[in-house]
Design a protein around this ligand. Structure first.
Ligand code: B3K
Ligand code: ZN
Length: 870
């Protein structure tokens, strides 16, 4: 289990000029023939070449036509070492592989009755011998031969050049991808798939053929994804001036996929969860995720494929940037405020937790054992925040100038995060040297803010200080970062003050030193500050605001994000006060101001309803736990329940009326307005049902029965099941009977049950795992049951006797022999052990130790548990 370091990067000894692959697909194996032209890298005087190759059965190999006996090769289970090579040569090889036995879902594997590939990061080495690294780029030609009846559809990257029949009921397809690409973007598919098609006309008037391929049973659920693809193509032209560059764009859908989707050039492969969506099978959130992921993979065509990563340490170069782009896409299509709040909520609960855990790493990591463990929230979401900070500092125009220069300099090459930063700096004549620390220093910086008002001088002063994160693990001393702090000040009527000569009502203050102050003059009364608006930097901001200040901001802040955040701060403060009171056996009384503030938000007709829904949603346990130590989960849960009860006691009438006002019978649409309305209505229903009142169970049953859309049905079903309200078992049984043939629908059914907050849920989970609809081989099913139980049912997962942890450890060990990537994801659910009460923490650690001690662990799982024990 070798650790790989960023500092050890070496360019390759040989470049690849072109690749020509031929696949002969049979039911039980595939033969892969490769012809590769290598050319010596003149900068390096080394005539050896290591070709990665794993799980391959080498049949023959020749160099410039001279056969090399397999026995004469330096061959290991990691690859093949060639030596004494000429400056240029053609390598031919033939290997046999067994896709049907591949349960790791990396390389070529089987899903249902068809074959497909997943190569990022290092799956291509399971297909043929090759320098499987992202800085080796080449044009690919691919010919696929297979039985015509079993595998009528044969796909690969690029444009289809030729197709035809062969003897023995076989046929072939030949694909050419003229754009040089690294091996991780290779893809091929063979199977009996149906498709829908459409066209897109680009800004430079080229017709692109669009197709989505799926198993016949799903063919009626792809239309929303197709529309999303066209929206994404148009949006990227309009906002980024980026136009598609092949004649066709194909998407293939599978139920068996390790992650969300994959941006292979011209041939995206998608987890069915992010394509299939119909009114009666998908929630509003599902639809929005489909649009976002379709967009994300499409946007990679320029940020990832045309310009790719020099090495895997630079992963955030393409992922952080592409997440930023998909966030902007969703913001422009849906509600910008809601999107920002949801993204930050996720960042602050999950990414902040990762950054405080043993897996904490910089956006550009310094080392790894298994690169698949570094497709993390830090690389993706914090990476996107780093890109967003350039945007905040440079503005839309400056940012686009930087993007233009980035494409001009680097199109068609493999580059680093520094190259991106230099393009942003050079295009704007700005020094972004210090900004580079965002890529190299791990952990979440802490910023404290103090204010001072001098009435005699009419002067308001804000004093900021930045502090290193506790989890900082760099080898050199932590250095202050370049932190953009967007801010506004409000007078006591809620009007924003003019902050400078240009009369701006908000400014971006650049905190670059350890301590730095900002002075605003002509301030005629003590203002209320709204700091870090829009969450302008991924930091933990600590400021000394009173309960009244937060309530004021919740009512007046014109920045939607900070307005929501103020409401959250109030709720968090109350829950934490109740938590402490419960621990001390005291009672806590919620101040009246809290209910007034809550009522004002709930009944505010001028606000975006999506924002209201978010503002009245209490913080999740997970998001509270990140900010606490020695957490007693059961007590924290009770504290939150107490607040829910009190809200119901004070505001049930209002909540019920908002429910009814927003329960309309308009025909269903996934429009921002309707989505917002449903989210508000369903949040109200959530409160009502928590009261345990029969009348509201009845209301919930009514909604379940009468809804014309899946959002409303599944919300009602979930609420009834989680309360174990009368009749819920029948509803679950009906659901199963209706949907048992549809994996995505069954996964939701599994998740609902795995998250029932009842004593016997773990037994239920064990029974669910015995059903024929569950398999450890299917990543979506694993996430739906194990993931939901461990991350979405915290009171049960953290059961005081440790049975939740032992269960997870058992499953991780079983999974590790099947699919190490998924096993590693699941074991990571123990990574936040430092946050918990010693009684819990010790039990979590003892399961981590048990896994660590097991024989034959994969590198994936080993790296996670080993870091946890360091
Ligand atoms: N680039 C892929 C992720 C590949 C993960 C490999 N373990 C999807 C995406 O980010 O678009
Ligand atoms: Zn991506």
């Amino acid at each position: 289990k070798k650790e790989i370091f960023r500092a050890d990067y070496q360019p390759p000894n040989y470049w690849v000029r072109w690749v020509d692959l031929a696949f002969l697909v049979e039911q039980d194996h595939t033969l892969v023939s490769a012809r590769i032209l290598f050319k010596r890298n003149r900068a390096i005087m080394d005539n050896t070449l290591f070709l990665d190759g794993q799980h391959l059965s080498l049949q023959r190999l020749s160099i410039d036509g001279d056969e090399v006996a397999v026995d004469d090769l330096y061959l290991t289970d990691r690859g093949l070492l060639l030596h004494d090579l000429p400056d240029q040569f053609e390598l031919r090889s033939e290997v046999k592989i067994y896709p049907a036995e591949n349960t790791a879902l990396e390389g070529l594997y089987q899903s249902g009755e068809f074959f497909l590939t997943q190569c990022e990061a290092e799956g291509f080495r399971r297909i043929t011998y090759y320098p499987d690294r992202p800085d080796v780029l080449a044009p690919f030609t691919v010919t696929i031969v297979a039985d015509k009846t079993r595998y009528p559809v044969l796909l690969s990257n690029g444009n289809r050049l030729a197709a035809g029949d062969l003897s023995h009921n076989r046929h072939y397809c030949k694909w050419v991808d003229p754009h040089p690409k690294p091996s991780y973007l290779f893809a091929m598919v063979a199977g009996d798939l149906a498709y829908i098609e459409d066209q897109f006309t680009t800004a430079n008037n080229k017709q692109i053929q669009l197709r989505i391929f799926t198993e016949q049973r799903n063919i009626d659920a792809c239309d929303y994804a197709m529309q999303s693809l066209k929206n994404a193509m148009r949006w990227d032209e309009e906002r980024f001036n980026l136009v598609y560059d092949l004649d066709e764009y194909n998407i293939v859908v599978t139920d068996d996929f390790n992650m969300g989707a994959m941006e292979n050039k011209g041939l995206n492969i998608f987890n069915s969860k992010y394509v299939l969506a119909k009114q009666n099978t998908a929630t509003d959130q599902d639809f929005i995720h489909v649009e976002a992921v379709i967009g994300h993979e499409y946007f990679h065509n320029w940020t990832g494929n045309r310009i790719t990563c020099r090495d895997w340490f630079q992963l955030s170069l393409k992922e952080g940037l592409t997440v930023f782009r998909d966030q902007e896409f969703t913001s422009d299509q849906q509600s910008r405020a809601v999107k920002r709040i949801e993204d930050v909520r996720h960042l602050r609960s999950a990414q902040f937790a990762e950054d405080a855990s043993p897996m904490s790493h910089p956006v550009r990591p310094d080392s790894y054992i298994e690169i698949n463990n570094f497709y993390t929230l830090t690389v993706y979401e914090k990476g996107a925040e780093v890109v967003r900070m350039y945007h905040t500092l440079l503005g839309e125009t400056g940012f686009q100038k930087g993007m233009d220069l980035y494409f001009k300099r680097h199109d068609g090459t493999a580059v680093s995060c520094d190259d991106f930063r230099h393009a942003m700096a050079d295009a704007n004549q700005m020094d972004l040297t210090q900004f580079g620390l965002w890529y190299s220093q791990n952990g979440t910086p802490v910023v404290t803010a103090e204010s001072e008002y001098d009435a005699d001088e009419a002067c308001y002063r804000l004093r900021f200080e930045q502090h290193p994160p506790d989890s900082y693990r760099g080898k050199t001393a932590w250095q202050p970062m370049h932190i953009p702090i967007k801010l506004a000040l409000y007078d006591d009527t809620g009007r924003p003050l003019k902050l400078n000569r240009q009369s701006d009502t908000h400014i971006v203050f650049e905190l670059t030193q350890k301590q730095q102050s900002l002075e605003i003059e002509n301030v005629s009364g003590r203002p209320t500050p709204s700091l870090l608006q829009g969450f302008s930097a991924p930091v933990r901001l600590k400021q000394k605001l009173t309960f009244e200040d937060w309530a004021f901001l919740a009512q007046h802040d014109q920045d939607a994000f900070n307005r929501w955040d103020a409401a959250q701060q109030l709720q968090q403060n109350i829950i934490l006060a109740k938590y402490r009171a419960l621990q001390d056996n005291e009672t806590h009384k919620t101040p009246k101001l809290f209910f007034d503030s809550f009522r004002q938000l709930l009944l505010n007709e001028k606000l975006d309803k999506g924002l209201v829904a978010l503002a009245i949603t209490l913080p999740t346990l997970q998001s509270l736990i990140v900010n606490m130590d020695a957490v007693d989960v059961a007590v924290l849960h009770r504290a939150k329940e107490q607040l829910v009860d009190e809200i119901n006691q004070h505001l049930q009438v209002e909540i019920l009326s908002v429910y009814h006002q927003n329960h309309t019978d308009e025909p269903y649409q996934v429009s921002a307005r309707q989505v917002a309305q449903r989210s508000l209505k369903n949040r109200c229903l959530w409160y009502l049902v928590q009261s345990g009142n029969k009348e509201f169970y009845h209301l919930c049953h009514q909604q379940h029965k009468n809804a014309d859309n899946y959002t409303d049905t599944i919300t009602a079903l979930t609420l009834l099941a989680h309360r174990q309200a009368p009749g819920y078992e029948d509803l679950l049984a009906d659901y199963y009977n209706q949907w048992q043939e549809h994996p995505l629908m069954i996964n939701k059914w599994l998740s609902i049950q795995a998250t029932i907050p009842a004593e016997d849920t773990l037994d239920r989970v064990r029974q669910l795992m015995e059903l024929p609809v569950f398999s450890l081989k299917n990543p979506n099913a694993v996430r739906a049951v194990l993931g939901a139980f461990c991350a979405g049912n915290l009171t049960r997962f953290h059961a005081p006797d440790g049975c939740g942890y032992a269960f997870l450890a058992d499953q991780v060990l079983a999974l590790d022999t099947i699919n190490p990537q998924i096993a590693a994801r699941m074991v990571s659910l123990l990574n936040d052990f430092r946050q918990f009460h010693p009684d819990l923490r010790h039990q979590m650690l003892s399961q981590i130790k048990r896994i660590h001690a097991a024989d034959k662990l994969s590198a994936n799982v080993f790296e996670i548990v080993d870091r946890a024990l360091q």
